[in-house]
Design a binder for this molecule. Structure first.
Ligand SMILES: [Zn+2]
Length: 337
């Protein structure tokens, strides 16, 4: 018993100070620990995976915060092809220097044609058979250049322009006269029916030969004059009716009949050895995305293509010309750089 009491007494007397100091130390440690956690949560330091955003210049401190809105979807920009479209009129298909005119595709007459009196505009290198021969205004300078160069090269001043623009009525007169002479079947081979003649357009011209001595010949494109038939494409003309294409053109060989279609196309028609009917069909294979390239004898480069119907593609940044084909669409000719 006593021992028990003694032992209780001894326990009570154990030193108290180490307990107090230990408790205080623990309290201080807990307080500092809690304070440290509080500081950490107030200013977290970035971990490597976090992105630190620097303020953008536009974000001024006093700027009103923008209200979040639904995202705006910007459409993808369409690919710029360098072309734009034009909508032509139906009547435009029948106009222009590239129109095909034959028995199947008659010329469509319009009220105001750009014809000029050839006698007033011609140079001294050739003659005209009549004072009132009319010719398309745009085709006169190329005609003058061609016959000036011929005269310069040959010294022969005997080419005589004998027929340019013809009215429907005059073509009727010529056709009827031929029928009376050789019969309808033969006449159709040499004189186009009214409406079917290229002469209506003012873009075709016939030559004869007339020397100052008074001698007069049909023009056959041989001898001195072969130079004209071989080089006319360099001036924008083609020999429209060649002997090997009679089954397509329906017209016999006419070495005296020249049609103006401009230098690039005259060059290509000659290079391909086609008649104009074939060439108009050939161009159908070429679009603005896949144009036909033409290089003239003088080294100028053109692209050309066909547009069916009334919607025509034209380049935004290049010079171009549009002509109807007198059938079903337009031919665009683009000058290269
Ligand atoms: Zn003719």
């Amino acid at each position: 018993m006593n021992r028990k009491r003694k032992s209780r007494r001894n326990r009570r007397r154990k030193p108290v100070l180490p307990y107090i100091l230990g408790t205080v130390f623990l309290l201080v440690a807990v307080v500092f620990s809690v304070k440290g956690l509080a500081n950490n949560s107030a200013s977290p330091s970035p971990t490597p995976s976090q992105t630190v955003e620097t303020p953008k210049p536009s974000q001024a401190p006093d700027e009103t915060p923008s209200i979040p809105t639904a995202p705006v979807i910007t459409p993808e920009p369409t690919v710029d092809t360098g072309f734009e479209t034009m909508t032509m009129k139906q009547d435009d298909i029948y106009q222009g220097k590239l129109v095909l005119i034959n028995a199947s595709h008659h010329y469509k007459f319009i009220d105001f044609e750009n014809f000029v009196c050839l006698y007033n505009y011609k140079t001294d290198s050739y003659k005209v058979g009549d004072y009132d021969i009319l010719f398309a205004e745009d085709a006169v300078p190329p005609l003058n250049r061609m016959l000036d160069d011929f005269y310069y090269n040959s010294g022969v001043k005997a080419v005589m322009a004998v027929s340019g623009h013809r009215t429907y009525e005059f073509q009727q007169y010529l056709f009827d006269k031929e029928v009376a002479l050789v019969g309808a079947e033969e006449a159709a081979l040499w004189v186009a029916q009214p409406g079917a003649s290229e002469h209506h357009s003012g873009l075709a011209i016939d030559f004869s030969v007339y020397y100052d001595s008074g001698e007069y010949f049909d023009y056959d494109g041989t001898g001195d004059f072969a130079w004209i038939n071989e080089n006319c494409h360099r001036y924008g003309f083609i020999v429209r009716y060649s002997p090997d294409k009679q089954d397509i053109t329906g017209i016999g060989f006419e070495p005296w009949h020249f049609r103006y279609i401009g230098i690039p196309h005259a060059t290509k028609v000659t290079e391909l050895g086609m008649c104009y009917e074939e060439y108009i069909d050939y161009l159908r294979d070429y679009s603005y995305e896949n144009p036909l390239s033409i290089r003239t004898d003088e080294g100028e480069v053109y692209d050309t293509y066909f547009c069916e119907g009334l919607k025509v593609y034209v380049p935004k940044n290049s010079d171009y010309e549009i002509s109807g084909n007198n059938v079903d669409g337009f031919i665009v000719t683009v000058k290269g750089s």
